[in-house]
Design a protein around this ligand. Sequence first.
Ligand code: PHE
Length: 338
Amino acid sequence: MEAEIASLQAAALAEIETVGDRSSLDAFKVKYLGKQGEITKLSEGMRHVAKEDRPRFGKALNELRQSVTSRVEEREQSLASQADAEVLSRVDISLPGIPAEQGALHPLTHLLDRAVRIFRRLGFAVAEGPDIEDEWHCFDALNTPQDHPARNEQDTFYLPDGRLLRTHTSTVQIRVMENQAPPVRIIAPGAAYRRDEVDATHLAQFTQMEGLYVDRDVSVADLKGTTEYFFRQLFGSETEVRFRPHFFPFTEPSYEIDIRAKSLGGKWMELAGCGMVDPAVFEAICQKRGDRAFDPDVVSGFAFGFGLDRLAMNLAQVPDIRMLVENDLRFLKQFSAL
Ligand code: PHE
């Protein structure tokens, strides 16, 4: 039986050298290592071997199976790398590659990201509200009377059912206070819509960022400190900030904020509206909520809102606001360094 083992081994190892592809290797495996293969058949002969000789033959059979198996594995590997090499030999590595296109942020997105990051450092959370609003959230709750020009169909996009496209993000102030008790500290970036004639400085849809801070003992000093800090972070520590008295129905007192910064071209720019939340707004909220969480005798707050499009235009020195929304790649590609 030892002779049989040796000759089977010699035959198998000689045959495998002639195997040139996968399918003949598979056939080889069946022939020698399969359930009815040569090696298995030989093992069955063990029954006729004397008991004391069995361990020796068993060992020899194992060695046979192992040596054939490991040779098969080697062959498998070399056939696989042969196949790879063949594929690679057909690749022309001198051809130019396909360059990966590097994406870039839209100048408006870039500005918005920076603004949000600054306010988050101050503990403000980002809040959202719907673009399609009702008159109550856009006007009534914001102390804006029926005869206010903003409520005119000439200025506001109304839907046939009486709802409207929000004319400012101040609607989000109302939505937040309806659902959350003080202290409130939020910013709300988003789209706003007005029936403006579209030209180099006006779009019918633009981007605003609202802010609202409500707590006990909030004062104009907090409003000034917060907005000044924000604009200096955004446009540089040299930035000058100026507050001019103004009027908004939902804040009292109200201001407009102008800033002057080198990064914005060194000219005074009218930038934001702001003020202390009008007690009438808090009363509207209390009525809607059915509690006194925003009792104007107990809490106070400030709000601000500003447009981002013109700021982005100034920062990126874009001459026409329409370029921001035309999606012209020749325009957008210039900002890949932002
Ligand atoms: N909503 C005002 C606007 O669109 C801006 C503003 C917001 C003013 C908050 C005061 C307080 O012009």
